[in-house]
Design a protein around this ligand. Structure first.
Ligand code: NAP
Length: 293
């Protein structure tokens, strides 16, 4: 089976490369090869590679910067998806679009099901929601949306690596670290999402929307506490630092984020059953510790 990803350098694209099954032929296109805001480059690439399935890993993902870059966000997250879908439908290529828990407003206190109506509250979420509409308009079981949340790996730029870095710096500077404690979601080790996507590729027909995250939920503050406790046990940081829970208001971000964005993943369990996020964090930090040796 031939799979093509737009995006090569991002977290998910790298995870797909790391976890690729032997029988898959994987082509990954970087921004330098195909800038997805250029329709003719998308066309040429798809005509040339003729994959069986596209997994769109490319997106404008900086939630804060998105607030003041609306046109560029729409170009990357919505218009590009329209181009991809147009050419994919002409060439009979199946299509998986990655989406986000940030399509929801966070006013629920129960995990969001795939049937719930999304209402996004920031520019990034709104753009991903518009892209979802492009996919849903196809009304085809050969196109689907996979919503996920709070992706991390021990390499790259994400909450886990940021926390480990801050925790190491805070030791020498006797600083405290303030972490938001009124946003709840589900951390997801990105390789777990990649495994789910590989299994999804093998399904002959797709539902319109899938939810995938590791199991369980926490606030960012609780996530940071768990990172600290596991990192200490593995000797990745030398001692405890002061973690202070704060509200989103105190944190003073320029962007609204949902206070609750846990995804109900039940519908995906027949494909792969997610494992508890704490266990997957341990798995990731263990691998980090071994890699460092
Ligand atoms: N990260 C999360 O916590 C999270 C949560 C929920 C959903 N998601 C979704 O999951 C998907 C993958 O996220 P990720 O964390 O892997 O993102 P990421 O690490 O930020 O990677 C985004 C990728 O998109 C590429 N890209 C951006 N603009 C492009 C353009 N004009 N042309 C070609 N490539 C372009 C980037 O290339 P450069 O490196 O050249 O910039 C990068 O490779 C996205 O759809 C995202 O919305 C992510």
């Amino acid at each position: 089976m031939k799979i093509l990803t737009f995006g090569q350098t991002g977290q998910l694209a790298k995870a797909l490369k790391r976890t690729k099954p032997n029988n898959i032929e994987l082509t990954q296109l970087s921004r330098q090869q195909v800038d997805i805001t250029q329709p003719q480059l998308i066309d040429e690439a798809l005509e040339y590679y003729r994959p069986d399935i596209i997994i769109n890993c490319a997106a404008f993902t900086d939630v804060e910067r998105a607030e003041n870059n609306g046109p560029q966000v729409l170009q990357t997250n919505v218009e590009a998806v329209k181009f991809m879908v147009n050419t994919a439908s002409k060439l009979g290529i199946r299509f998986i679009q990655l989406s986000t828990d940030y399509v929801f407003d966070g006013n629920s206190s129960l995990p969001y099901s795939v049937n719930q109506k999304p209402t996004a509250i920031n520019v990034y979420g709104q753009s991903k929601l518009l892209a979802e509409k492009v996919i849903l308009q196809q009304q085809s079981n050969q196109y689907c949306i996979v919503r996920t949340s709070w992706l991390y790996h021990y390499s790259g730029k994400n909450f886990v690596t940021t926390m480990l870095k801050l925790m190491s710096q805070a030791q020498s500077n006797s600083h405290i670290i303030s972490v938001v404690n009124d946003q709840t979601g589900s951390p997801t080790m990105v390789d777990d999402l990649a495994h789910f996507l590989w299994k999804l590729c093998l399904q002959k027909q797709w539902s319109a929307i899938y939810h995938w995250s590791d199991a369980g939920k926490c606030t960012w503050y609780e996530f940071a506490l768990e990172i600290q406790s596991q990192a200490l046990a593995l000797g990745l940081i030398p001692s405890t630092v002061s973690l202070i829970p704060v509200t989103s208001e105190q944190y003073n971000s320029c962007v609204k984020r949902p206070s609750f964005s846990v995804l109900d993943t039940k519908q995906s369990h027949s494909i792969v059953k997610p494992k508890p996020w704490q266990q997957q964090l341990a798995h990731s930090l263990n691998s980090y510790s071994l890699d460092k040796e």
